[in-house]
Design a protein around this ligand. Sequence first.
Ligand code: ADP
Ligand code: MG
Length: 543
Amino acid sequence: MEPGKAPPDRGVDSSPVTLYGEFTAVCNRKVRYAVSLTEKELVVQRLSSSPVQRNKVPLSLKDCVGSRAHRGEDNADPAAYFTVYFYPLRKRWMSSGTSRQRVEQCFRLAALQDPRYNLEEAEKWARAVMERSARQQSVRDGLVVMSEPSRRRIMLLVNPQSGRGQALSLYNTHVQRMLQEARLPHSLVITERQNHARELVRDADLSQWDALVIMSGDGLLFEVINGLLERPDWEEAIRTPLAILPGGSGNALAASVHHYSGATPLSSVELLLSCGFLLCKGLVSRMDLVSIHLSSGPRVFSFLSLAWGFVADVDIESEKYRHVRTARFTVGTLVKLASLRVYRGRLAYLPASPDNHNDQNNVQKTSLWPASNLDSFSRDNRCPIPEQNSCHSNNSVKITRRENGLHRRAGPPASLLPPLDRPVPGDWVVVPEEEFVLVLAMYQSHLAEDLYAAPDSALEDGLIHLLYVKAGISRAALLRLFLMMEKGTHLTTNCPHLVHTKARALRLEPQSPKGIITVDGEVVEYGPVQAEVHRGLARLITG
Ligand code: ADP
Ligand code: MG
């Protein structure tokens, strides 16, 4: 601080100023700034004789992903620099709502001729900003998970084929820099083929990784979740924090996570920046998974949806429109409407009890990244969110004998499902209709970036949100439902053909000889299926 200048004792947020300094701008050393740090904000004020230029600019530390101190390129210059990276929500240009936009603040410190002193001063600022920024989120959650960053880091899996094949360039232009700013070291894995990621996580030494981040559409996350649940140590493995960065044409989970963070709907790069920001913040929540039992025996685990009829057909047939990226579903819907058909089958479900509803306020979160990524880490303590599910029974790893040898069946045991060849229990609801246009089970809010299909779904509500449309609906009424789905208002229409209910398990027995069933947008074996929700089984980095 310069002699004779008194620091302000309150910041814009009226909390006490804990650090004050006067620095110069990087490109113009005549421009000077007074910088104050409070518990919540970094307040920047230009020191100028013009009152207009002297406006205080507060930058919320909640929006800060990182800060660093460094020397300049010129060794003869004793100055040091301190840079802070923010991603505040700003009004979008020429459209409604807000999106995260990158703001970099860099200051030059040259109080003394001693470069070591200047650098120490810059480091003190960088550390103080990081610590306060981390406190802004961890105070609320109570639990902070520490890790040893020197040993462990992020595995970032990118599917170079997803979407229009742009995931890798999106990584290069946006994600890499953001993770560097947040000091999150990561190893990039570019998948080479389908199921590459699944095999990789099935065999990986997970103790090396703090989180598995998937940059693709929903399909690659489906592989990763199923790979984790195929491991003999699946109970521990599935608690590895996962994160999703949208890079595909179907980015439903990314859209859901962004939606849960309370922000206005976004797509493409803006959605990517939002999800990247959440990743840097590293708050871990639990996420429901649903086990889907297929008729020939195997199980798959699903984090998003089970679809049959119109939605499944659109999803798969619209593959050919993937060059239009996320608009592929809109185009596919319009094309498919022209050949609207009826799907015959039987549907039954176990209704959710009323006390299962809307208790999402109990959701607990932990912070994955340490209070500061700079120093002082304690023992490894991976995500100690208390268990609520009964997936810990000792018999949960079943050994089944098959013709081709001994198979270890991993994953939580089914507790609600009868064998497929037996009738459903008496407390299940058997849907009287046997002709449908679509059956859709959802466990997150979005079916695509612009399809807000299950508005009251939460990440960990332990519920299957079941929607089905009975045969007899007109093309116009079905189109109206899909158009309303963009805003999530389709459930308020009193459409007599649409049924919406909440379940914990279901059985679907298609009677039409050929057809498509999708799980998280991926085609699975066509035939009778049963599904059961496992509350909070996985961990996901959210806001
Ligand atoms: P999109 O939303 O664009 O469809 P996904 O992430 O859903 O993107 O991936 C589509 C499919 O590609 C998934 O079935 C996934 O398993 C598969 N896949 C993953 N990596 C590769 C790869 N390197 N080459 C081809 N297919 C891949
Ligand atoms: Mg849910």
